[in-house]
Design a protein around this ligand. Sequence first.
Ligand SMILES: [Zn+2]
Ligand SMILES: [Zn+2]
Length: 293
Amino acid sequence: MTLHEDPITGDVRLVAPGRAARLGRSSSGCPFCPGHEDATPTETGRIAARAHVDAGASLDAGWSARSFPNLYPLTDPHEVLVPTPRHVTAWRDLTLPELEAGLELLLERRRALLAPDRYVHAFVNDGIQAGASLQHVHAQLVSVPAGTHAERLTRGVRMVDDHCALCDLMGAPTSPYLVERGRHLALVAHPLPRIAGALLVTPLTHASTIGMDVLAELAALLHRALQVAARDTAINLWIVADEAAQAHWYVELQPRTAYLAGVELALGLNVVGADPLAAAAHARERLAQPAQG
Ligand SMILES: [Zn+2]
Ligand SMILES: [Zn+2]
């Protein structure tokens, strides 16, 4: 695994030739299900089983969430995190306590992997179209050099010149992008996403550290956000937090409602196929319905 510059365009790419092997791995059961713990590398973290998390799952796994190094690392380190012992195949189907346990361990591992001059990217590929190679829900953490890669995610929210785009978005109590407002956080439509339908969960006021005191609220809003897209929509999700840059933290949820095609791949120009304000209205409508499908 190394970063290399494309000699033709000057763009930097992550080269990881061993990754192709992971698609051919054995199909003898799910390596993330209980009883197969020895099929994964040595555990780096776990949330012990909790009665309220496992109620109804009728599983005695001994754990609610666990993390371990990726067998096919993209970066050093590269960890995988399993948020539930149940063989759930879509993040939207996690119970709220499962999602909360998964997020708790994800934030804990993110913090543990932080190192000087590195940025830890915590993300979820949910569904084949979103890049998942194993069905059992999981999240991942990779570590990249600080700088360019993280700056892509925070350029407008770093409080440079007393200005932060997320503070602007949150400042208006009647923002048309607002989907749901919590005590400390809100669920909002992305004002100009890469692909139509992206949602953000972010604090109402500028904060660059994700405190454990907002964990329950973060889980609750993400659980809601995951119900917005139609069932079977692949989703990518990532956490953006850069304390060193004092960036306004956010979690972005990107439904894969369109393919990246010739314009996006070649020119790096993403085409947003729907009005972000309409996406906000759509999200409010979906969440107002009693049952989602
Ligand atoms: Zn499984
Ligand atoms: Zn801000």
